[in-house]
Design a protein around this ligand. Structure first.
Ligand code: 5GP
Ligand code: ZN
Length: 114
């Protein structure tokens, strides 16, 4: 999508610290980390947010969670635990309109969030 920063990160127009990439998924470090370990996992195709997940694209979401499993093992945060968050829409605090999953770990995370 023309002006989407995450589409630009995926196609290399905007630099990022890549953690993982395959045909359908891209993962990179959040520019403003909220935890020692904070990465964003995004589909390569532009899906706006959870509201746009449907029968045609939900296989990508399943794949994203397989990738998250892989990354947490590689990074050694699977045993201690971590959090996966996807903010949706204005009340959900979504600031970038390209579906993304925050993967946070490396410290004890407070709950509930603010
Ligand atoms: P949201 O607020 O939409 O749930 O999450 C957007 C996230 O994207 C924020 O945590 C923010 O720090 C991150 N972010 C915004 N712009 C950039 C960027 O240009 N590069 C990277 N790596 N992260 C970004
Ligand atoms: Zn996009």
């Amino acid at each position: 999508m023309g002006n989407c920063i995450f589409c630009k990160i995926i196609n290399g127009e905007i630099p990022s610290q890549k953690v993982y990439e395959d045909d359908v998924v891209f993962a990179f470090k959040d520019i403003s980390p909220e935890a020692p370990f904070h990465i964003l996992i995004v589909p390569k195709c532009h899906i706006r947010n959870i509201n746009e997940i449907n029968n045609d694209n939900s296989h990508i979401i399943a794949h994203i969670f397989e990738v998250i499993n892989k990354i947490t093992v590689e990074q050694g945060i699977d045993k201690d635990g971590y959090r996966v968050v996807s903010n949706c829409g204005e009340h959900g605090g979504q600031t970038v309109d390209h579906l993304h999953f925050h993967l946070l770990g490396g410290r004890n995370l407070a709950w509930p969030p603010g």
